[in-house]
Design a protein around this ligand. Structure first.
Ligand SMILES: [Mn+2]
Length: 316
């Protein structure tokens, strides 16, 4: 049996897509909303199988690794999140590069000899890595217009990954992967996709609501407060990416109310992608990367402590 586990955002989907274009098999797909990263626990019964993992942290799935290896499974892992100590085992193969200037789609693209770079550009734009995407686009000889088409595809797939449950999303990430799976050429997909039109409209509508969020300034840094609504749960990630591109020297936080708690999406200044992971990991449900991280459930009374640590991370 083959199992493909992937983050439900653009980077996860396009990393898997590139890999399966090179190594096509029929596999069981396991994914979820972007923040659903403890995916290995869904494999409890797997035996003697090939398991491939894209764009989720090894550290967050650590407990499941040894039992899966003991049951004869072979695991291939591609990622750019914090991994911690990587276990050594003959059937665990890792290609993990936790650098703030790369992403899983770029890592897979390199591993496959840059065979499907167009899709890697989509994944990189989804992760807000426009410089790396532009570099690859000029290597491929793409026009500015072609690059912006791939960037839009990446952004819209990334947008679709955000939500508390898959009910918030326009499409289950599995559906989006299955939609691109038959296409070798991203431009052919763009020309024919019905999904993109739905995502384009949904994103524009959610962005319109987002302008109504409350803004708190800490020096030149910005915190946006969003209410408990599906549009807010969907737009937080790409809104923070957008704001980060508009003000590359400032840090940005989107604070979304989810039930009795707050959910935070944190972006380090684009010009100095450091500290977001350390800041978020100072709270029990926090995690992520140096440039982009988040806290899943912050009790509102912890917000002042968050703002303290934030101000130490990025003095104004
Ligand atoms: Mn990623």
């Amino acid at each position: 049996m083959f199992f493909d586990l992937f983050n439900g955002d653009a980077d996860g989907i396009f990393a898997l897509h590139q890999y399966r274009l090179s190594f096509p098999v029929i596999s069981t797909l396991i994914t979820g909303v972007k923040r659903d990263i403890c995916l290995l626990q869904q494999l409890a019964g797997a035996e003697n199988s090939e398991i491939t993992v894209f764009d989720v942290s090894l550290d967050s799935n650590r407990r499941e690794i040894a039992p899966l290896l003991a049951r004869g499974n072979c695991i291939h892992w591609f990622d750019h999140h914090f991994a911690g100590d990587i276990p050594v085992h003959a059937r665990l193969h890792t290609t993990i590069e936790p650098s703030p200037t790369t992403c899983t789609s770029l890592i897979v693209n390199t591993a496959l000899g840059e065979l499907h770079s167009g899709w890697a550009i989509c994944g990189a734009c989804g992760d807000n890595l426009y410089e790396a995407a532009g570099h690859l686009a000029s290597k491929m000889g793409l026009s500015t217009q072609e690059l912006s088409q791939l960037a839009e595809l990446g952004n819209l797939f990334n947008y679709n990954g955000y939500g508390v449950t898959t009910a918030d999303l326009h499409f289950h990430p599995k559906e989006l992967y299955l939609a691109v799976a038959p296409f070798t050429d991203p431009f052919a997909f763009i020309a024919q996709s019905k999904e993109l039109a739905v995502l384009r409209d949904g994103c524009a509508e959610d962005l319109h609501y987002a302008t109504e969020g409350d803004l708190q300034k800490i020096g030149h840094h910005s915190l946006y407060f969003f209410p408990d609504a599906p549009w807010a749960r969907r737009i937080s990630g790409i809104y923070s990416n957008l704001k980060a591109r508009q003000e590359p020297n400032a840090a940005h936080v989107i604070v979304t109310r989810v039930g009795n708690n707050l959910r935070l999406s944190v972006r380090a200044p684009l010009n100095d992608r450091r500290g977001a992971d350390t800041l978020c990991r100072a709270f029990p449900t926090g995690g992520g990367r140096a440039g982009a991280a988040g806290i899943n459930e912050l009790p509102p009374e912890e917000l002042p402590r968050f703002i303290d640590v934030f101000s130490q991370t990025w003095p104004s």
